[in-house]
Design a protein. Sequence first.
Lengths: 241, 305
Amino acid sequence: MIIVLCDETDASALWATAALQQRGLSPMVLTDSTLAAMRGWRHTIGADGARISLQLPDGRTLEGGDMSGVLNRLTFLPRAWTRAVSGSDRDYALQEMLAFYVSWLHVLRAPKLNPPTPQGLCGNMRHASAWAALAIRAGLPVLPYRQSCGDDPAAAWRGSALAGIQTVFVVANEVVGPAEIVELHQESCLRLAETAGSPLLGIDFARDPDDGWRMTTASVVPNLTSGGEALADALAAALVR
Amino acid sequence: MILLGGIRSESPLALLTQPLDTLGASYRFFNQRLCEEYAMTFAVGADGVSGTLRLDDETLNLSDISAVYLRLMDDRLLPELESEPTGSPKHRHSRALHDTLYRWIEVADARVVNRSDPQGSNSSKPYQAQLIAGFGLRVPETLITNDPAEVLAFGRRYGSIIYKSMSGVRSIVKKFDDDDVARLNDIVWCPVQFQALVPGNDVRVHVIDRELYATEIISDVTDYRYARKMGGTTTLRAFELSTDLAARCVALTAGLDLVFAGIDLRIGTDGTATCFEVNPAPAFSYYQANTGQPIAMSLARYLTA
């Protein structure tokens, strides 16, 4: 069974779900609301390995081993749950639940797009400087990144204001996107996704008038809706692998 | 040149300067308490990582920094900022300076002890336990649940059980007792981590690259780190690991992309070792002071290599 983990308002997850259904698959969507209302959690680690068992709000039980593929677009804990936590222990409870989510998502042995990391439930939410360094090592041309103590640290997370950004998607070993960029940078994009530990990666490029396409940033939770049939095919193939 | 960062008087940092001096190493201090006077800029481009760091009356070229050892405290809690209103220019400068430093060390072409990302596994103990098990080390039998009946069944199965936090917050180990049974229904809101009590003696293993020091801790309380607070006693002494276990500890450290780690083991009377966690920022001075093990010298050698 393919599982889609997402926020209720995640248009990309809804698009992907519909695309998978059109390809004859029957994904189960677990939204943040469903996760917040989960009746029971049982996660074990020990000599017999690691396991997770979820008791759904309707009483059904879902075992980690039941999942054949996971489209994981959770960026944080379910909002309905975080809203319900208050008092002096709120921060502690949030840290505990976050630690729990990283662990139970890691248990899932099915292909995960993407696996969790301590730096993000759906993959490492790297800083722009880290993406730039990683991309250079992968062989991609990048827009230079600069930062100083005179800058607002939050600015780097706001994304590029450049016009004409084009996104290339890496899905497992497939690269999907504008043909001109894919032809030039396919291997480097695959290397970037591999070194980033993110089998699903959106890589943004901007055209430099003098020097072709340059990477501006990358995302482990890209907007999928612009990916078209080729991206849908690649997602379906990766999730049933 | 080596860059040290943190509070200059903090024990591990203070201890490290002695072997660095012995080795004749050139080092500078990023003293957080003086950060108002500091400035930093860096760039990542096709030519690599470049930039400058101004400390006191000296401006360093970042490409001249060959190694970094940081023990930074939360910059928002610096005593120098206590009387400053939130969002003041001093606060903003401190935050922006520290953010620039943190971003640079993640991409710096230098020996960094340790970079931030690899330290992350310690923020989820059960996640880290899964990684540890992947390196062939035994981990405690663990149950994380929000179901009180599951906890009681787990307790019946293993006899004595403990509970501890999953995150890096309030990491204190406590035995599960009758008082806890009475308030067990509280866990329905958030799963809690329980573990079978592992008998044996605690051993802290400090791994620095390929060098290793093991310290046995004899204590009469469940969590030796809080022995004094709990009215107990703790004794430390050097310990020799088996060749196989030592190799696994070195492999585990490297496998977690760490250079320096404090690995917490418990070794039973039959020699079986169970690994509780890997601390990516070990405060090694406590162990060195009580055993004389030259941990700081090993760290200094790594930084100067």
